[in-house]
Design a protein. Structure first.
Length: 317
């Protein structure tokens, strides 16, 4: 399927991820983090973009960015090109540094911005680098807690304002929020969105932004219809899809249905866990494994493309 265009409107907030090509490191030394921050600061100012949170990892970065009139691509293309050129010169290398184009998920501010901030700041904890995010110096968490002065290019007050009216109350509430557990289903949504990998929001938010972007809101497709299409593609019956069988072939078919349902049809992982009578952690593990396999397996990508085409036909009927 062709990539859908980026959605842009003044005030839009995105979860932005920029990864090293083939998972290679994009940072080796402190100077490289500092150079990246310098060109980012310049780009933020030139394009009137706000950075609400960040986390720099060795082979990728996470940011919560809010645009004004200029589209996000202006900033991201500039950063990627400048940093790649500088990095290649520094190490005497040529070619791509980053993995394709950056990923940006448009986020419903009211429902998901604070969850996104927590997701970004806990990235080093999930990666087992630290047990407490305050011990990781390459994120904006310490600026939110008041342990360090926020750099001029980071906007902290807006998100802290959601937690309390005074600075001390807001920081205390923020720390309490950071200590809460995030459900696996929400983690999956924060990583991949819940609509075509471009949007994270409820049904009304999705319809509003698609309408603003002059895109047609697709007709709904039921889980049963989706499972029927996937079952046909995998040459099994829909009844087998909901059976207790743990065969690898059926597990893959269920994961394919869940992944497409989440990314294309605005369903939740829990919807498919319930439909297939599986628990959410198991379904999440299967879907995550399938996402990885899709990057390497051409035949699987072709099968997904065929299923998506069938879904499009059903929606147009």
């Amino acid at each position: 399927m062709a990539r859908k265009p980026r959605i842009h409107y003044p005030g839009a907030i995105y979860h932005v991820m920029l990864r090293g090509n083939a998972k290679q490191a994009i940072f080796h030394k402190d100077e490289e983090y500092r150079y990246f921050e310098n060109i980012l600061a310049q780009g933020l100012e030139q394009n009137s973009v706000r950075l609400h949170a960040y986390c720099w990892m060795e082979n990728h970065v996470h940011m919560a960015l809010q645009v004004k009139d200029k589209p996000l691509s202006k900033l991201m293309q500039n950063i990627a090109q400048r940093y790649t050129h500088w990095f290649n010169e520094r190490y005497g290398r040529v070619g791509h540094l980053f993995q394709g184009r950056y990923k940006a998920i448009l986020v419903d501010e009211d429902a998901y911005l604070l969850e996104l901030i927590r997701y970004i700041h806990l990235n080093p904890v999930r990666a087992n680098i630290v047990t407490d995010p305050i011990d990781y110096l390459l994120s904006s968490h310490a600026a939110y807690t008041g342990h360090v002065q926020p750099p001029s290019w980071l906007t902290v007050h807006r998100c802290l304002g959601y937690f309390g009216k005074t600075e001390s109350a807001a920081r205390a509430a923020y720390l309490h929020f950071m200590g809460q557990t995030t459900e696996e289903e929400l983690l999956e949504q924060l990583r991949h969105g819940n609509k075509e990998g471009r949007i994270l929001g409820n049904e009304n938010f999705i319809k509003d932004v698609l309408t603003q972007n002059s895109e047609t809101v697709p007709a709904e497709i039921t889980i049963r219809q989706l499972v029927d299409v996937v079952a046909h593609a995998y040459q099994v019956s829909p009844l087998e899809m909901t059976s207790a069988s743990r065969s690898r072939h059926l597990a893959e078919a269920r994961a394919m249905a869940a992944l497409i349902g989440m990314d294309q049809c605005n369903y939740l992982l829990s919807n498919f866990a319930q439909y297939f009578k599986r628990d959410v952690p198991t379904m999440s593990k299967r879907v995550k494994a399938m996402r990885t396999r899709l990057t390497k397996n051409r035949l699987m990508r072709e099968k997904m493309g065929h299923i998506n085409n069938q879904i499009t036909t059903i929606r147009k009927a």
